[in-house]
Write a protein that binds this ligand. Structure first.
Ligand SMILES: [Zn+2]
Length: 667
């Protein structure tokens, strides 16, 4: 039987209920508010820190606020309206009285202290509460209330509280015993990748988390096979829940492609799961009652849809008592659009030919390349490193590996094999210089790079440049001789078949002006093209993505774009698109139409989000074998003018506001 979440286009709303919201919650009001948004999946608080239903379990804290309609009544009313309901649970903390009964459940600092945040005491994933009591709570919850799915808040190893205070690695008796048993060592005191004990602890975390995931997944799926389970990606089942949010202390620059990024990696890595990336209504935890710009929320939702994801909106409290409702119309706008066009968004898959690998480290390098790809209109997918060994790469002609320092042998072997079979790799920085536990390798893992020896890694290259000696392939540099470099530069010896391009100008004087000139240019390259089997690897021994993400200069973006087009053979979508327009292309599985999506990001201005500036006379050109049967704009609800000539389709969008989705019916 097809699971229910694959039989509908998913539009979720999470009303993150406070205790007091249960005082007068009304099941029919919940349903009509959901219908007003045309939402068809609801996520609300059920169990864990607080039991929002009548519990018989002695250590499940009974909410004293259950005066309104019950969870049973709410779920039943939703089901009658064809709205599915997910249970939000949080097993990361217990109320203080339960801790006093079970002090062995608690997370412990290196000094043996607990974390008590507003009367909620942090518990450890390796303790009996999460290992043994959590299944008992789920058993009772699902027996009492007919939920359709489950979401776990703050699963795994937590080291911070809601104020962001850091407490370090858990040193509870269960962690000590398990780590000692598995590795024969005492727990490390601090998180330091230079410490081999901490590297072992990272492996310990991965193994214990995988074990816990497996136990919980098997328990739920065995008992309730139609339960949609969140974020258990190993099983490629259920949904991936992420947030597009803001935070007061988050370092700038603002990540304007947040929703595209979250959706791309979820869809690209786990296509069997629903990608539910939510637009978080509020500014940050300390300001949950005031809403971010409505246009920021609308942009996030448009990015979700353009990249093959579902819609999801998350606010504190209920829809009928929310004090800042300014985001409602924007969210409804996209939800209603999706409801009206959901058939077109069903059973479609990306047609991208480039893959960007996503790792947990060097986020800036990844985001810089993400921007380069979007803003140069390259069609690309994102695959996360832990899924990269499992998904098909058959439809990719090029893969970008942005500063993926730590890499398993298996992934490196697969990347090499991809190049050997005729693909192109674009690899930057220290990719593959370390194994998955961050232990340095003697030789970088990727043989395809042609690196024979790493001579030295300079961490600070400030005031270095690369000089363009031969401009073949560099079409954007007619008036420019230099590319600036900062941060890491890798000095390496390459094998003799490698073609080295550009020459390094090492750090030199930058003041006073009288001394601002260089007199040394050395034989170390800015990029290296290395033939490998039927394909090749292009190695960049520095970190242009990091530079572009942080500084945003076109000097860097031009280098990356020329590398892709002039060296890696990548062809972007044509036309007259602004760099501020994101473009994606998907195809219906039966081949009947293509869906070309445009998202106008021009409302992102500094650190604010306004309505995007409308663009007129937007042209998009792409290869198409035969003239299309019809070209239709779903957002503007009209046939769009187009020209098909000699294998190229050019569509004109008369006026592009936030987004357009162009359905191209194949003849
Ligand atoms: Zn512990």
């Amino acid at each position: 039987m097809t699971p229910w979440w694959h039989t509908r286009q998913w539009r979720m709303i999470q009303t993150n209920l406070r205790e007091i919201d249960m005082l007068d919650i009304d099941a029919q009001q919940v349903v009509s508010d959901m219908q007003d948004f045309r939402a068809n999946v609801l996520l609300l608080n059920a169990a864990g820190i607080i039991a929002s239903y009548r519990t018989q379990l002695p250590f499940h804290f009974q909410s004293p606020f259950l005066k309104g309609d019950s969870l049973q009544e709410i779920v039943t009313a939703c089901h009658a309206a064809d709205i599915r309901v997910m249970a939000r649970t949080d097993f990361s903390k217990v109320r203080r009285p339960h801790f006093e009964q079970h002090p062995e459940w608690a997370y412990r600092t290196v000094d043996g202290d607990i974390v008590d945040y507003n009367g909620d005491v942090h518990v450890c994933i390796n303790g009996p509460y999460q290992q043994e009591y959590m299944p008992r709570i789920m058993d009772e919850l699902f027996s009492e209330v007919p939920f359709d799915g489950i979401f776990f808040n703050m699963g795994g190893y937590q080291t911070r509280d809601y104020s962001g205070n850091y407490y370090g690695i858990c040193h509870c008796q269960h962690c000590q015993a398990a780590f000692g048993e598995m590795y024969g060592m005492a727990l490390p005191d601090a998180e330091d990748v230079a410490d081999p004990v901490f590297r072992a602890y990272q492996a310990f975390k991965r193994q214990t988390l995988a074990q816990h995931h497996e136990t919980i997944f098997r328990f739920i799926n065995g008992r309730w096979p139609n339960m949609c389970i969140a974020n258990h990606t190993e099983f490629r089942f259920g949904f991936i829940r992420q947030e597009s949010n803001t935070a007061i202390e988050r370092p700038l620059p603002h990540w304007q492609y947040n929703a595209s990024d979250n959706t791309k990696w979820a869809v690209g890595s786990f296509p069997e799961m629903v990608s539910s990336n939510t637009t978080v209504d509020f500014i940050d935890f300390p300001y949950r009652h005031v809403t971010v710009s409505p246009e920021q929320q609308r942009l996030r939702l448009a990015q979700n849809l353009a990249n093959g994801g579902a819609l999801d909106y998350y606010l504190i409290g209920r829809l009928d008592n929310h004090e800042d409702r300014c985001g409602f119309d924007a969210v409804k706008d996209v939800f209603h659009y999706h409801a009206a066009n959901e058939e077109t968004y069903t059973d479609i898959a990306s047609k991208a030919q480039v893959m960007l690998l996503k790792a947990r480290i060097n986020t800036g390098e990844y985001r810089g390349w993400f921007r380069v790809l979007v803003e140069n209109h390259v069609l690309f997918d994102v695959v996360r490193e832990d899924a990269a060994e499992d998904v098909s790469w058959d439809h990719y002609s090029a893969i970008v590996v942005p500063g993926v320092d730590t890499m398993t042998d298996a992934l490196a072997d697969r990347l090499d094999a991809f190049a050997e079979a005729g693909g192109t790799l674009v690899v930057t920085g220290r990719s593959g210089f370390f194994d998955e536990n961050h232990t340095p390798r003697e030789v970088p893992a990727l043989e395809s790079l042609g690196i024979e020896d790493v001579l030295h890694v300079r961490e600070d290259s400030r005031s270095s440049y690369l000089r363009l000696v031969d401009k073949a392939g560099f079409s954007r540099f007619d008036e420019t001789e230099l590319v600036y470099v900062d941060g890491v530069y890798v000095f390496a010896a390459y094998d003799e078949t490698a073609e080295a391009r550009m020459r390094l100008i090492p750090p030199h004087n930058f003041g006073p002006p009288e001394r601002c000139y260089y007199d040394l240019v050395v034989d170390h390259p800015g990029l290296v093209v290395h033939p490998y089997g039927a394909g090749r690897a292009i190695y960049v021994p520095w970190m242009p993505g990091t530079l572009f993400h942080r500084q945003g200069h076109v000097n860097t973006a031009w280098f990356c774009a020329d590398l892709l087009e002039g060296f890696a053979g990548v062809s972007p979508v044509g036309g007259n698109l602004s760099p501020m327009v994101e473009v994606t292309l998907a195809a219906k599985q039966d081949g009947s139409y293509l869906l070309l999506s445009l998202v106008n990001t021009s409302g992102h201005f500094g650190n604010s989000f306004y309505a995007p500036v409308p663009m007129v006379g937007v042209e998009v050109a792409m290869p198409l074998d035969a003239a299309p049967a019809a070209v239709y704009g779903l957002r503007s609800k009209q046939a769009l003018p187009y020209i098909w000539d000699d294998g190229v389709l050019t569509v004109t969008v008369t006026k592009l506001e936030l987004f357009e989705a162009i359905r191209i019916d194949v003849a």
